[in-house]
Design a protein around this ligand. Structure first.
Ligand code: ADP
Length: 259
């Protein structure tokens, strides 16, 4: 595809413009095609890893007779790998919905403050487990509403808060602040955790990108969470940004058009 571009050897400005836009379109097609190919390659790799682990565990278990307790241990571990596979396929499905444009099906008035309160309350037990304080506050008493899909927006906030809790060391703090900065409603999820080095910041929202593969895998992460956040926020006409300092923590800011 790369070499076969349209070249117009004449002074006709209209033809030249037509050729330029045709070439631009081809570039975009080519880049979309490459992205899709990379996604398929990465997805296959991600699916293969838990399958290899599962097969290995079962093969070892079958090699000689085991006690009931030993079989039980294998089954517990098998179940964990299967849960990992389920989460991965669910996330891939969520992205596929965004790609075909049907992830944000309903549009209703969503109170962002209530949504954040719901997410923080659902994640309090994870916070307690990790001995992290998790708080939610509104920067104003004004209504903080957007037009959107409550399920999709819940997923956005959930993914960000869950990451902040999972990637912060024990004893740190996570805060969710909702504010109005016209024309946006801003949701800031901040943590006082380890932070992210500058060379990773530009890649965080890419599909399957993980700073520390082992750490992400140990909590069942697929590297898709932030790409889902970005895609869903953009489907609402918003944007997501990250600021981070190693050793001090990270702040993810979601901006959604205010109603
Ligand atoms: P994962 O499933 O690995 O959590 P995400 O797309 O949600 O995938 O996040 C991508 C990577 O960004 C994570 O693997 C982690 O390394 C890094 N990350 C995300 N949020 C934070 C955070 N709050 N603090 C530090 N690192 C983070």
């Amino acid at each position: 595809l790369g070499k076969r571009r349209l070249f117009v050897p004449s002074d006709d400005a209209e033809l030249a413009a037509l050729a330029a836009s045709f070439n631009h379109l081809l570039d975009r097609l080519e880049s979309a095609h490459t992205t899709q190919q990379r996604f398929t390659a990465d997805a296959s790799h991600e699916l293969r890893t838990p399958l290899t682990v599962l097969r290995g565990e079962i093969e070892v278990a079958l090699r000689k007779p085991r006690t009931a307790e030993e079989y039980r241990e294998v089954l517990v571990s098998n179940k964990e790998e299967i849960e990992r596979l389920s989460r991965l396929t669910e996330n891939m499905l969520a992205l596929a919905h965004v790609d075909v444009g049907d992830a944000v099906t309903q549009r209703e008035l969503v109170n962002v403050s209530e949504l954040c309160a719901g997410v923080t309350s659902r994640l309090q037990s994870l916070a307690a487990e990790r001995q992290i304080t998790l708080q939610h506050a509104d920067a104003t008493t004004e209504p903080l509403s957007v037009s959107g899909d409550p399920v999709a927006l819940d997923r956005v906030i959930f993914n960000l808060v869950e990451n902040a809790l999972r990637y912060s060391p024990v004893g740190e703090h996570v805060t969710v602040v909702v504010a109005k900065t016209p024309p946006w409603i801003e949701i800031q999820v901040s943590d006082t955790g380890g932070g992210i080095a500058p060379e990773h910041l530009g890649h965080l929202f890419e599909r399957f990108y993980r700073v520390d593969k082992a750490r992400s895998r140990s909590h069942g992460g697929s590297g898709l969470g932030l790409s889902i956040v970005k895609a869903l926020v953009e489907a609402h006409g918003g944007m997501v940004e990250v600021e981070s300092t190693v050793g001090r923590g990270s702040t993810f800011t979601v901006k959604l058009p205010a109603v």
